[in-house]
Design a protein around this ligand. Structure first.
Ligand SMILES: [Zn+2]
Length: 556
């Protein structure tokens, strides 16, 4: 028992150091000081701060002590929670979501209580259609999101699993661009064998992300702060090679113990599955609130005294958490309100300007291929499955539809068509009215189609490699192909695959270039012949897979 106590105390000691380094990154100190002085002015206690700095303590006017010294009044503060936001503009024909509307809600909350923190519980830099496009010659990769979040006034985020979809260098750029704090309780940056926290870099200054975050909430009357501490936890599946995922429960527990020692209120900002958040709540029972993400539907659960909340993805709703801390009893009350974000809420003009700029970039990109991107081209009566866990593991109706479109775009009839499931980036299902924009969302990379003649033996090898790629992006989606699992044989157009015969197939650019895992042999050296659209021929549907899909759906 004695040993355990010592260990905890040691950890708490470390915490104090970490917080001292971690909580006030540049350029926050100036802001923080300004805010402190602003509030303290009312309480006439800025003197102690200024005095402390100038070495002349207690010299406020006639030397009297501050009027309001003791903090006995309740201190109230508000947290605005979002999670899993991939789209900055409203969705569903403009009826739901939209970051400019969230900004309006935030402005209203600021008027109600200046003690406001705006947070996002992970998953925002990826995936999105905009993120896959290019701007100023470089892939956008979440830049639109960070710029919007900066303008909105987000203060604190947790890492979500999708933050690591983008390349290491791209994430570094997003970190450097962000004005908000990132909480990295159980994620470390892995470079070779070295492990260190992720960092932000500006003007040559490296600022390492903290494991805990402490928000000082000032009492208007006394000018004194209470401390609200945050820990995080990220699910450790979906591994990226430049990230080291520590155990979310262990690291959150360490952070919690540190914060319990130094803070008045302790809160979790996590990105876990709901059942994991519940387990965490049971483990860390004095947590007041866990604001989570990953699930895309809103929820409110209670485990013991811990409240767990998740908002709907893409800011279709946000949570507003209103806290009151009572210094005399050291207790906290919490009222959580789920606020729908819809077209009853006006846009904040600053954020709207940024969203519009990026929407324009998206429109210009799509209109290079389509005159009328918002025209309804097809109505899906059953959900078309473009979820990652589906398209990388079995044949889906959306995968079949895309490969049938590819076959239909051929200059002369082909025996079959296939492409890598990983080129579907929708991670969602399409239902109801479908537009070219949806097809862009499903196939953001686009690229030409290739009609290839190849020996049956090469075709068989390619299809088998596709099966071995089950679970990853190199799993193939196909048309006119059948695999008879019991016999481990293939049928092409209903007939057994003949290894000596030459087949004509249609495929996409990624496969044609031999870029896919286990499919590097699938290249021009092993083809009998091949053809594609001539460059600049806008009438040839083989010019871009999305043109082929839209044309196919229009007549279907
Ligand atoms: Zn997630």
């Amino acid at each position: 028992m004695k040993n355990t106590t010592t260990t905890i105390q040691e950890k708490m000691g470390n915490a104090a150091v970490k917080q001292a380094i971690g909580i006030t990154p540049a350029p926050y100190p100036i802001l923080a000081l300004g805010l402190f002085c602003f509030m303290s002015f009312f309480a006439q206690s800025c003197a102690s701060l200024l005095g402390g700095m100038g070495g002349d303590q207690g010299s406020w006017d006639d030397g009297q002590a501050p009027v309001y010294d003791e903090m006995t009044n309740p201190v109230s503060f508000t947290i605005l929670q979002m999670n899993d936001v991939y789209e900055i503009a409203p969705l569903e024909k403009g009826t739901v979501g939209g970051m400019a509307r969230v900004a309006t809600i935030r402005n209203r909350l600021l008027e109600e209580n200046y003690n406001l923190l705006t947070v996002l519980a992970g998953d925002f830099v990826s995936p999105s259609l905009l993120g896959t496009l290019k701007y100023e010659g470089r892939p956008i990769k979440g830049r639109q999101m960070v710029e919007t979040m900066n303008a909105l006034g987000v203060n604190l985020v947790a890492f979500g699993n999708h933050e690591f979809d983008i390349k290491e260098q791209e994430l570094q750029e997003r970190l450097n661009e962000s004005y908000f704090e990132w909480l990295g309780t159980n994620v470390l940056h892995q470079t070779g064998k070295k492990l260190e926290p992720f960092y932000k870099e500006s003007y040559g200054y490296k600022y390492y992300l903290p494991e805990t975050y402490v928000w000082e909430v000032f009492d208007y009357m006394s000018g004194k702060p209470i401390k609200v501490g945050f820990y995080s936890a990220l699910l450790n599946d979906n591994q990226a090679d430049y990230v080291y995922y520590e155990d979310p429960y262990q690291e959150a527990t360490k952070a919690y113990l540190e914060l319990m020692n130094s803070c008045d209120v302790v809160i979790g900002l996590t990105h876990l599955e709901l059942n994991q958040d519940m387990k965490l709540a049971a483990l860390l029972p004095k947590t007041k609130l866990i604001m989570g993400g990953h699930e895309h539907e809103n929820s409110l659960d209670t485990i013991g005294n811990v409240v767990i909340t998740k908002a709907d993805a893409n800011a279709k709703t946000v949570w507003v958490h209103r806290f009151t801390y009572f210094p005399e009893t050291k207790t906290t009350s919490l009222e959580s309100e789920l606020v729908p974000i819809n077209n009853d809420i006006a846009d904040d003009s600053t954020v709207e300007g940024i969203v519009d700029k990026w929407q324009q970039i998206q429109r210009e990109s799509i209109s290079q291929l389509f005159d009328n991107p918002d025209e309804v081209i097809y109505t899906a009566n059953v959900p078309l499955d473009g979820r990652e866990k589906s398209v990388r593991n079995f044949q889906t109706n959306l995968g079949g539809l895309i490969s049938a479109s590819m076959a239909a775009a051929a200059s002369k009839p082909v025996d079959a068509a296939f492409f890598n499931g990983g080129s579907i980036r929708l991670d969602d299902q399409l239902l109801g009215n479908i537009t070219a924009v949806d097809i862009f969302r499903a196939l953001p990379f686009g690229g030409p189609l290739y009609e290839v003649e190849l020996k049956g033996s090469v075709l068989k090898k390619a299809l088998e490699a596709g099966l071995e790629n089950k679970g990853i992006g190199g799993y193939l989606q196909w048309h006119n192909i059948e695999y008879i699992e019991a016999a481990k044989t293939w049928k092409i157009g209903g007939k057994p695959l003949n290894e000596g015969k030459v087949y004509r197939i249609m495929t996409n650019e990624y496969l044609f270039l031999g870029k896919e895992a286990r499919l590097d042999f699938f290249n021009q050296k092993n083809f009998v012949k091949w053809e594609t659209a001539r460059k600049g021929d806008t009438n040839d549907l083989r010019g871009d897979v999305r043109k082929a899909v839209v044309a196919y759906l229009k007549v279907k």
